[in-house]
Design a protein around this ligand. Structure first.
Ligand code: SF4
Length: 253
């Protein structure tokens, strides 16, 4: 992805704290710094994304029907690699173990879930795959990811996998993407959200309001996102956020 692109995770981090965004994406220094706290004690969109990515890795490995020990190895390495970019090897290793344990519980719930059984009626490789999607918005491209798409009964179904309830922006990006590709006119695709934490599949209505917000957000926010000037990225107003921020040491607050 181009460093000058818009993506949902970048936007979430910008809205969490503009200075954290600058440190992560635009600043000249090692953006991450290194934190000594265990990652489970930190909270920011980036940490939540790392957590979700760890659970997603386990989910996909599970669908590959790999041997259990291979699943654990693949997940541990993927989670460790990402976490080690932020923290010490010891803390990253602890983080990987915590997520492996949590994903094990989640996968158990998924395996027992009637929703997963429904998904498995189709060969997973036919509709479940992680792909990056790009949506032109004005002069910019908005990037996101899509977890699955398939056509059934004359309609395209678009699936997003994540943590927590349906994320309307992520669903909206999928719907916008399908419209730009000519797969389905806007409002005609069926959107589904799979929650890794509860193992629930939820069908959602059209995301037109969220899609409009994304258009506005990208067009208004992008010029600021692209500035390299630290002064354009103020410290966040809520001090509470700083307590769990992985960039606190680098930021100096
Ligand atoms: S410590 Fe606070 S002000 Fe500094 S980057 Fe983190 S959230 Fe923003």
């Amino acid at each position: 992805m181009s460093p000058d692109s818009w993506s949902l995770s970048r936007d979430l981090l910008f809205r969490f704290c503009p200075r954290a965004y600058w440190l992560r994406y635009r600043g000249p220094r090692d953006p991450w710094g290194r934190v000594s706290l265990p990652l489970k004690k930190l909270d920011s969109p980036e940490i939540r994304r790392l957590r979700e990515d760890g659970l997603r890795a386990a989910f996909y490995a599970h669908l590959d029907d790999a041997e259990a020990w291979q699943v654990r190895q693949v997940c541990r390495q993927a989670i460790f690699r990402q976490a080690a970019a932020i923290t010490s090897a010891t803390a990253a290793s602890e983080w990987a173990e915590v997520l492996l344990e949590e994903s094990g519980d989640a996968l158990e719930a998924l395996s027992d879930s009637a929703d997963l059984a429904q998904l498995r009626l189709l060969p997973p490789g036919r509709f479940l795959r992680q792909e990056q999607i790009a949506i032109p918005v004005g002069e910019f491209s908005a990037f996101s990811r899509l977890d699955g798409r398939w056509a059934g009964q004359g309609k395209w179904k678009l699936l997003q996998v994540g943590c927590g309830g349906p994320h309307r922006w992520r669903l909206a990006l999928a719907e916008l993407w399908a419209a730009t590709k000519g797969l389905a006119r806007f409002g005609e695709a069926e959107l589904a959200w799979f929650d890794l934490e509860t193992g629930r599949l939820e069908w959602c209505g059209s995301s037109s309001e969220a899609a409009q917000q994304i258009r506005e957000r990208v067009l208004v926010g992008a010029p600021l996102f692209l500035s390299n000037d630290e002064a354009d990225y103020p410290l966040c107003a809520e001090l509470d956020k700083c307590l769990g921020c992985p960039w606190r040491q680098t930021c100096g607050r």
